[in-house]
Structure formats: C-alpha cells, structure tokens
Design a protein around this ligand. Structure first.
Ligand SMILES: Cc1cc2nc3c(=O)[nH]c(=O)nc-3n(C[C@H](O)[C@H](O)[C@H](O)COP(=O)(O)OP(=O)(O)OC[C@H]3O[C@@H](n4cnc5c(N)ncnc54)[C@H](O)[C@@H]3O)c2cc1C
Length: 452
C-alpha cells in the first residue's frame, strides 16, 4: 500500500464533484479526483446532453410536421444517422473524457483512475494506493440505472440510458418501461423518428410526481402523436427470442423489437466503505446538512444526497462544498425552489411544491391556473401550443410555494416562477409587473391574477 498525503479527495467526478475539485485546486489546495469511468459523469456522456441532442432533432421533425397547417408543405424524412453522429462526435467525443480531464488538470487536479473506497475518516483507497486527505473527502458517486425484479428481464438485451445514447439504427417498435422524465423524453424522440412506441408505467399516470394536470396534458399529446400509453399496468415477465421481446403483462402480451428500461436510478453506494465512516450504506441516500457535510471531514454532493437528481443541484451543492472546505462565507443549501424540466414537447417545468405537497405540509393553499393555448401567444402559435400554468400559493403569506409551467417553452417560462418561489415575491408585486405582449410568459399574469 502506497500512502499519499493530500488536502482533498473528490470520490466520483460527476458535475458537482468536477466543479468542487476545480474550484478547490484553483484555490491552491492539493486535490485528487478519483473516477472509475468517465470524468464528467452521467450528464455529458449518458444523460442530459446526448438526450437533449436527440430531443432537439426530434423536435425539429415535430415542428416540420406542423408546416402543413401553418405554412404550406414540408417533406419529412427522419434520419437517425445525423443524431447518432452528432452525439458520437460533438457531444461525447466518442465517449472520451479528454476535455473534462484537461480542464481539471489545468486547474491543478490530479486524476486517479479506478474504483475508490472509503477506509476511515479522510482516507480513500484506490487499488494499492491510499490517499489521506487532511481537509477531507467529497463524495460524488452518483447513480446507475435501476435494475427491476421482473422475471426474465435480466437475461434479455434490454437498453438503459447507457445503451440508448449509442444506438446507430432505430428499432421498428420500442417499449419503454417507466413513465418518468427519462422515459417520456426518449419515448417521444423515438416516436417522432418513426418507431412504434408503447409506454408501460406501473403508476396510474405518466410523470407521476408532477401535477395531475401536467400528466394529463402530456398523455393527451403523446396519444395524439401515436404513442400507446399503458399506465397502472403490471409487468409479469420479459422474454427475448433472439429477434424481439415479449412483455407479459396483466393486460396480455406485447411484442416489440426493442425494450428500454427507464424506471429509476440506483445509488452507487454499494462497496463504497460508508460503514468505515459511520454512515449507513442502506439508508437510501447520504444525509447532508446545509453545508453538504456528512460527518467529520466528509461532504457529499449530487444524486446521492436525495435533493433532486439534477445536474444543476449537483453543481449548486459543489459550490457550497468548495466554499465550506475553504472556510468562506456564502449561501447554504436551500431546496425550497429546486426547479426541474422534462424536455418533452411541450416541456414540463416545475418548481417547489405541488398542490398536494403543499396541502400535506399544512399550508393554506390557493391555486391559480392559466391555459396556454388560450393566451394570445398560444392562439397565434396554434400548432403545438398545448400548455398550462399552475401556481400553488401560500394564501396566508401571500407568496408562491410552487409552480408548474407546461408549454412550448415551459422550461424557460419556469425561470420567472422559480425566481418568484425562491425570492418569495409577494403576489401583489408579481401582479403589478410588466409582462411583454405576446409572450408565453405573459400567461403568468393571468395565473397570478386568478389567485388574488
Ligand atoms: C437519460 C438522462 C437524462 C438526464 N437529463 C437531465 C437533464 O436534462 N437535466 C438535469 O439536470 N439532469 C438530467 N439527468 C440527471 C443528471 O445526469 C444527474 O443528476 C447528474 O449527472 C448529476 O449526478 P451526480 O453529480 O450525482 O453524479 P454522476 O453524474 O452520476 O457521476 C458520478 C460519477 O462517480 C463515478 N463513481 C461512482 N462510484 C465510484 C467509485 N466507487 N469510484 C470512482 N468513481 C465512482 C461514476 O463513474 C460517475 O462518473 C439525466 C440523467 C439521465 C440518465
């Protein structure tokens, strides 16, 4: 065993770990980053970026198909090759992390390749090397696709997000198990490129954590686009005969050429040595305080903290850790206004609490609505203008505690609502604001006014 004395070890280099490692090294600390796969993590190579490139392409097809009702005619001939090439070359550099490594090394971070494991306070082992961190260890080990206990599934060549980003040719038909953000985004992409898509979801609606109104709207749009939706379904077993999949459900058998499983994520906590630092590896998340501290000389950021499996949360937490390690003042973690966007068309954005969550929290809830299709901009837009705003207000305090923004630019409109929730802007003040005509965000005025 070779001992190395350093200031900080960042174990796992997802977005938040990468951010913290860079900041700490730039501040002059001796930082080691340990990564077993690709530096940068899930987002740039298997998650956000390749999936959003697929969506950009699929949305251009969707928009072209609207030409007939708006501007004459357009012939649409989807070509997945263009998407596959763009992901391979532009997004992931053939799944090589050189650019990420270079950026970190330029900042002064030493990258150590391999599986890291905690071995007591401030100690990380990688193979025969032991790194002893005087300031501490930052955990950013992230998640992997969840495995489902469905009979037969494990023996089949199903896809997860790991495989789907490398697909070169589209299947004629695709079943998607999981109606969450990843399942919905990819289902619509493949349907728009011409695959016959069936969505299978055990919950009684797609995007179950979102407002029921958002789920209903997405289900309607998806059905109109020819996506078959089976919610509240039980999957009994999955078989593959070398040519295709047979999915046996309580509603009968479904035959498809390919299967995508997008049903949740598993935290990469097994074998991490959490027990050596007094943390329960079975707890289901790594608990952190408002400075992202887990315990003595130990911090955690990203999906493992359970505050939202999003890149922006991981980086936000990375910033807090960097400051805490350096002993600098600044904001501490506040999750009242975490925003999230499912990049379907229409986009489904939301921030803070849903109506139900607010009621469960004992808040005196008031709800405001606006129908985007009925707004001036929605009426002008017409094709693809489906959307809604739902605002959840704390009537007693006169502020928003949550909001949903579904629409063609739902994620962008959300920014305004996220600010209102974050800064606790009084409703009267929101109502007195100028909203440019005829923008989609002008519908916020309608929804706010409906609350007063
Ligand atoms: C298909 C898909 C689409 C997504 N789209 C979005 C989106 O649009 N917007 C958004 O905000 N989020 C999106 N996400 C989520 C986003 O990718 C994650 O929230 C983000 O990557 C942050 O994760 P993280 O910081 O926890 O670490 P991760 O990105 O999961 O990285 C953790 C790293 O730790 C490494 N590691 C794990 N264990 C060890 C070990 N023992 N030793 C060494 N290294 C280890 C892993 O190899 C990995 O590189 C998407 C995810 C998926 C799968």
């Amino acid at each position: 065993m070779t001992r190395h004395d350093v200031d900080v070890v960042v174990l796992g280099l997802g977005p938040g770990g990468e951010y913290a490692a860079q900041k700490l090294a730039q501040a002059g600390l001796d930082v080691v980053g340990v990564e077993r796969d690709l530096v940068g993590g899930e987002c740039p190579f298997y998650g956000c970026i390749p999936s959003k490139m697929m969506i950009r392409a699929a949305n251009s097809l969707g928009e072209a198909r609207r030409v007939g009702r708006l501007a004459g005619s357009a012939e649409v001939s989807p070509d997945w090759g263009a998407v596959a090439t763009r992901i391979d070359k532009q997004a992931t550099n053939h799944w090589r992390d050189d650019a990420h490594v270079e950026r970190l090394e330029q900042a002064g971070v030493r990258i150590v390749r391999g599986e890291g494991r905690l071995d007591g306070t401030g100690v990380v082992r990688v193979g025969d090397d032991e790194y002893v961190a005087a300031r501490g260890v930052v955990l950013n080990v992230g998640t992997s696709p969840a495995t489902l206990p469905i009979d037969g599934l494990a023996e089949t060549p199903y896809w997860t997000n790991r495989e789907i980003v490398k697909v070169a040719e589209l299947p004629q038909s695709l079943a998607v198990i999981g109606g969450g953000p990843i399942g919905c985004e990819l289902a619509q992409v493949f349907a728009r490129f011409g695959s016959r898509v069936t969505m299978l979801e055990v919950a009684d609606r797609l995007l179950a954590p979102e407002e029921p109104e958002s789920s209903a709207l997405i289900e309607r749009v998806f059905s109109d686009e020819g996506i078959r939706i089976e919610t509240g379904i039980t999957i009994e077993r999955v078989d593959h005969d070398g040519a295709g999949f047979t999915i046996t459900t309580d509603r009968g058998e479904i035959e498809v050429a390919q299967l995508l499983v997008a049903a949740g994520r598993r935290l990469n906590l097994q074998g991490l040595g959490l027990d050596t630092v007094g943390v329960d590896p079975e707890a289901g998340l790594v608990e952190t305080d408002e400075r992202m501290r887990v315990g003595e000389r130990l911090w955690a950021v990203g999906d493992i903290t359970g505050h939202g499996p999003y890149t922006h949360v991981s980086m936000y937490q990375g910033e807090i850790v960097a400051r805490d390690v350096l002993g600098q003042d600044g904001f501490t973690a506040d999750y009242r206004a975490v925003s999230r966007v499912t990049f379907t068309d229409p986009e489904v954005g939301s921030v803070g609490m849903s109506e139900q969550q607010a009621r469960d929290a004992g808040i005196d809830v008031r709800v405001g609505h606006a129908d985007l299709a009925e707004s001036s901009r929605g009426w002008i837009h017409q094709q693809g203008a489906d959307g809604l705003l739902k605002l959840v207000a704390d009537a007693e305090r006169g502020v928003l505690v949550g909001a949903s923004s579904v629409g063609p630019s739902g994620g962008e409109v959300l920014g305004l609502l996220a600010l209102a929730v974050h800064a606790e802007v009084p409703l009267e003040r929101l109502a007195s604001m100028h909203y440019a005509y005829p923008t989609f965000h002008r519908a916020v005025d309608v929804a706010v006014t409906s609350l007063l």
